[in-house]
Design a protein around this ligand. Structure first.
Ligand code: IPE
Ligand code: MG
Length: 230
């Protein structure tokens, strides 16, 4: 029984390509299966009662990949947002995005805007897709926004700076990364300051509800002191 749930759970989805390679399949198949896995996993997360979920689905740096793979991912996103808008609407989940719009295709932006608009009044949970997202860019954008408002810099506090993050979400409590990589890879740096980190060797397309439960059980046994003494 899980007693203490994270308020904000974040996942760095990783290992789609290796999952496919291991099966002799093209990398793109890993993305397809990973995308379906994420849909089901996200519903399980909200059904448990976790209110905020952030998912790193495409970094600003992922544009360095082959055009073919990037195009496939963008097509997959368009398809996914179109198909899943109704599902998240039915589940009363608000879908939002973090990242830079510059550099994204028109059809991707359109699909993002449609699912955001359709689900904007939902209050059961918030699903934040980090797409064309980079954590250092977010901090740069936060500072730019703050400076544009001509507020006295001496009034700035860590809490106030949260208001300038892309979506003003609460701090991350638990951050999961799959596929045996032990890095943050520029993901939600400001929001992860006190996140509990959980790493698993499982490739994302294989990360199922029982793996999620394992991560949550470990989280509830962590001693979070936020820098205080015991
Ligand atoms: C994660 O899987 C999905 C995205 C970053 C879009 P990867 O594509 O990074 O898979 P590996 O790391 O190459 O196995
Ligand atoms: Mg990877």
């Amino acid at each position: 029984m899980i007693e203490k749930l994270p308020n904000h759970l974040a996942i760095i989805l990783d290992g789609n390509g290796r999952w496919a390679k291991r099966r002799g399949l093209p990398r793109t198949m890993g993305h397809k299966v990973g995308s379906d896995r994420f849909r089901d996993l996200s519903l399980a997360i909200f059904h448990l009662g976790i209110p905020y979920l952030s998912a790193f689905i495409f970094s600003t740096e992922n544009f360095k990949r082959d055009k073919e793979e990037v195009d496939y991912l963008m097509d997959l996103f368009v398809d996914k947002f179109k198909k899943e808008a109704k599902l998240y609407q039915k589940e009363e989940i608000r879908v939002i995005f973090s990242g830079r719009r510059d550099g994204l295709r028109e059809d991707v932006l359109h699909a993002m805007d449609e699912i955001t608009e359709m689900t904007k009044d939902n209050r059961r949970g918030t699903l934040n897709f980090c797409l064309n997202y980079g954590g250092q860019y977010e901090i740069v954008d936060m500072i730019k926004q703050f400076m544009k408002e001509n507020i006295d810099p001496d009034t700035l506090t860590p809490e106030l700076l949260f208001h300038y993050t892309y979506q003003n979400l609460p701090p991350i409590d638990l951050l999961i990364r799959t596929s045996g990589e032990y890095r943050l890879s520029n993901f939600m740096l400001y929001q992860s300051a006190y996140a509990e980190l959980y790493f698993t060797d499982t490739y994302f397309p294989d990360f199922d509800e029982s793996d999620l439960e394992k991560a949550l059980l470990e989280y509830q046994n962590r001693d979070r002191r936020f820098g205080g003494a015991k």
